[in-house]
Ligand binder design. Structure first.
Ligand code: GTP
Ligand code: MG
Length: 300
């Protein structure tokens, strides 16, 4: 756990270097508050949250001398309040055999890696996990998932590049049900020719899935790359038009100067943030903790 927080902090500290520079003991006057507001917006927190935080400072400490520690403590508290309601762990339903998880997101956000890490985690817990290499679009995608499968001891249902993803998903569901697997993780293509091709592909996968089990998918996780900053907001909007997103996974928080985007996401969409990615290794996926994240973000 220590490793995780230090990694997250190292990543997030890049977000707060500028904040720290602003606060080497200053009077909270209009000018300082405006600067702070600008910095919060530049840190991707979004204007709504930034405005609320500034109003809070104005109400409680206007005109007073404040130390950077005091500022950070208040900031962390306010940010944690925004994050708390969305910090919801991902919990597979043990009565489902399998709990079907569809993983979506634009290309390169970390879908396949997140699936591999999730498979690792639940295998460690002794659960049976299966994966479907539903990204039949990209050449190396199948192999990438198979490597994860071998590493963590979880079968991968796959076929050739260019094969029908929906048919493959159907096979995967059938096999996972026969084997009474606990968890079925389904990878999807991030990039198709265009948005309508992606929409069709996802809709078809879900339609075919429901022929086998009308309650599936039980979770639809949207994977977002924190380093893309404000783009993540647009990705949530687009994917919610395509599928019923049940929760978010935010990756690359180890190297990101854009951790603040998680605050804007929480504020705008109120979708559960189940997991965060803090590296490329199997262990580098953790439940999202509002307080730790807020503290890491402001460097307190
Ligand atoms: N530093 C860091 N790298 C990550 C993290 N998650 C994924 N990556 C890396 O990001 C790159 C893309 O990850 P993938 O899992 O292949 O992404 P994807 O969404 O499956 O991409 P497509 O299949 O092309 O749509 C890989 O090099 C991963 O190792 C993370 O949390 N931190
Ligand atoms: Mg992939």
């Amino acid at each position: 756990m220590a490793g995780f927080f230090s990694r997250l902090k190292a990543g997030l500290s890049r977000s707060n270097e500028r904040l720290t520079a602003l606060f080497t003991k200053r009077k909270l006057d209009n000018e300082t508050l405006e600067e702070l507001e600008d910095e919060l917006i530049a840190a991707d927190l979004g204007p709504a949250v930034a405005g609320r935080i500034i109003a809070q400072f104005r109400n409680t400490s206007f005109g007073q001398d404040v130390t950077s520690e005091e500022i950070k403590a208040t900031l962390a508290k306010e940010i944690a309040q925004v994050l708390e309601p969305v910090a919801i762990p991902f919990t597979p339903d043990p009565t489902l055999k399998p709990h079907v998880v569809l993983v979506v997101g634009v290309n390169g956000t970390g879908k396949t890696t997140t699936i591999g890490k999730m498979a690792h985690h639940y295998r460690q817990e002794g659960k049976s996990v299966m994966m479907v290499a539903g990204d039949t679009f990209r050449a190396a995608a199948v192999e990438q998932l198979q490597i994860w499968g071998q590493r963590v001891g979880a079968p991968v249902i796959a076929s050739k590049t260019g094969a029908d993803a929906a048919g493959l998903v159907y096979d995967g569901l059938k096999r996972a049900a026969e084997e009474k697997a606990d968890l079925l993780l389904i990878d999807t293509a991030g990039r198709l020719h265009n948005k309508s091709a992606l929409m069709e592909e996802l809709a078809k996968i879900i339609r075919v899935m429901k022929k086998f089990d009308e309650t599936a998918p039980h979770s639809v996780l949207l994977v977002l790359d924190a380093t893309t900053g404000q783009n993540a907001l647009e990705q949530v909007r687009i994917f919610r038009e395509l599928v019923n997103v049940t929760g978010l996974v935010v990756t690359k928080l180890d190297g990101s100067a854009r951790g603040g985007i998680v605050v804007a996401l929480a504020e705008q969409f109120k979708l559960p943030v189940h997991l965060v990615g803090v590296g490329e290794q199997a262990e580098d996926l953790r439940p999202f903790s509002a307080e730790e994240f807020a503290k890491g973000l402001v460097g307190s």
